[in-house]
Design a protein around this ligand. Structure first.
Ligand code: AMP
Length: 264
């Protein structure tokens, strides 16, 4: 496994790669969800590159950029034997002229996350476009955990083939996330309720039971708020039910398929 510390190192390594290159962009603090994307990439490409870059432009002014978990040594250890290349650029490699260039995210970015994180998807669209231009992958793998992000990236219309993978979860159903380390022991105990309540409602839809969908969303919101979650949104789009909540100071997002596919 070769670690590429800056754009010049990436450039010279890329020039030597033959065959199909798979790419998994991440912000590090890697968990089994990220590793599943790398394994998926291996199935469809000859070589796989992972990038680790905490992208400043996708964080709002009051968000957790400074305290976002970073542990490059542990990340590299986890990627050993799975990835062929790890690109760990500095901010100046991605934004050599400051953060002046912006790719504006398309229609998929409207509403949901953007109502609470204005500009977030412009930051995502920008960094993914720059990474695609630098890495020149044939395919790239993203997680359905960040479903709206996946839709935004598909809308970029890049020649890179976009693959996606269902959300990898802890045994109790909590979606794996780098931000889960922020949860206190108490919060961690109730966190799986987010998934179970979204899923129960999706199951109800599948069997055609009960209330109209909007009242189900209100019901889930009520149930979660009763347990101490602060709900930002619960909404339906792209055949999914998607939600963002706060548990204490930690923001969690999750989504499930409305037609209740087993591995959602
Ligand atoms: P991040 O490091 O959070 O920016 O995520 C990098 C990639 O990993 C994105 O494509 C995410 O959707 C994906 N990802 C994050 N968490 C999970 C998960 N629990 N299961 C599958 N993919 C995930």
């Amino acid at each position: 496994m070769q670690v590429l510390h800056d754009f010049p190192e990436l450039k010279s390594a890329r020039a030597k790669i033959t065959g199909k290159l798979g790419f998994v962009p991440t912000m590090g603090a890697l968990h089994a969800g990220h590793l599943a994307l790398v394994k998926e990439g291996r199935k469809f490409a000859d070589k796989v590159m992972v990038s680790i870059f905490v992208n400043p432009t996708q964080f709002g002014a009051n968000e957790d950029l400074a305290k976002y978990p970073r542990d490059i040594a542990a990340d590299l250890q986890k990627l050993k034997g799975l990835a062929d290349y790890v690109y760990v650029p500095r901010v100046g490699d991605i934004y050599p002229n400051g953060e002046k260039i912006t790719v504006k995210a398309g229609a998929a970015a409207e509403g949901l996350e953007s109502d609470f994180r204005p500009g977030h998807f412009d930051g995502v669209a920008t960094v993914v476009s720059i990474l695609f231009a630098q890495v020149k992958p044939d395919i790239a793998v993203f997680g359905e955990k960040d479903f709206q992000q996946l839709m935004v990236i598909r809308e970029l219309g890049s020649e890179v083939e976009i693959l996606s993978l269902p959300t990898i979860r802890e045994a109790d159903g909590l979606a794996m996330s780098s931000r889960n380390v922020y949860l206190s022991a108490e919060e961690r105990k109730i966190a799986p309720l987010l998934y179970s309540s979204l899923r129960t409602a999706a199951e109800a839809i599948h069997i055609g039971a009960g209330l109209p969908r909007s009242s189900r969303n209100d019901e889930i919101r009520g149930k979660l708020e009763e347990k101490g979650f602060k709900v930002q949104y619960i909404a339906e789009c792209w055949g999914r039910r998607l939600a963002a909540v706060y548990l204490g100071n930690t923001r969690l997002i999750d989504n499930v398929a409305l037609n209740f596919i087993k591995n959602d």
